[in-house]
Design a protein around this ligand. Structure first.
Ligand SMILES: [Zn+2]
Length: 146
C-alpha cells in the first residue's frame, strides 16, 4: 500500500515531498510505522501522523499511560496546536504528568512537586546548618594559631 520513500532515501537526502526545509539534526529522521499510538488505537498510521515521531513502535507503554489519562484525541489536538519544536517536550510532559496521576490519583504531579519542595527545604536547612558549623570550626581553628 504505502511506498515508504524514507527507507531508501535517507543517505541521499532529496525527498520530493519536503518543501525547502533543510534536514534538522535532532528530530527522528526515520519514523517507524505504524507508531505505538496508531497500533494501540487500531487505526492506520498515516504519513502525516502527529503522534508517530513521539511514540515509536517500541514505546507502547508511553502512549498507553498518556492515553489513559488524557485520551488520544486530546493529545492529538494539543500537539497540533503547538509548533513542532515544542512537541517533544509537550509529549514528555504529558507522559510524566500521566504517570504521576496514575501513581497518585488524588494529587498527581502536584503531589510530586510538593514532596520535592519539602525535600528541597529540608536539604537547604541541612546545608545552612552544615555551613554554620563550618564557619564555627574555621573560627575555632583561626583563634589559637597566632
Ligand atoms: Zn501513527
Amino acid at each position: 500500500m504505502d511506498h515508504t520513500e524514507a527507507a531508501n532515501s535517507n543517505s541521499n537526502s532529496t525527498s520530493p515531498s519536503s518543501s525547502s526545509s533543510p534536514p534538522p539534526p535532532l528530530p527522528p529522521a526515520v519514523v517507524l510505522r505504524p507508531c505505538a499510538a496508531c497500533k494501540i488505537l487500531r487505526r492506520r498510521c498515516a504519513e502525516n501522523c502527529v503522534l508517530a515521531p513521539y511514540f515509536p513502535p517500541t514505546e507502547r507503554a508511553k502512549f498507553k499511560i498518556a492515553h489513559r489519562v488524557f485520551g488520544a484525541s486530546k493529545i492529538i489536538k494539543f500537539l497540533q496546536e503547538l509548533p513542532e519544536s515544542q512537541r517533544a517536550d509537550a509529549v514528555s510532559s504529558m507522559v510524566y504528568e500521566a504517570s504521576a496521576r496514575i501513581r497518585d490519583p488524588v494529587y498527581g504531579c502536584a503531589g510530586a512537586i510538593c514532596h520535592l519542595q519539602k525535600q528541597a527545604n529540608e536539604l537547604q536547612a541541612q546545608l545552612a546548618k552544615a555551613q554554620a558549623e563550618l564557619v564555627n570550626m574555621q573560627c575555632q581553628q583561626a583563634m589559637p594559631a597566632s
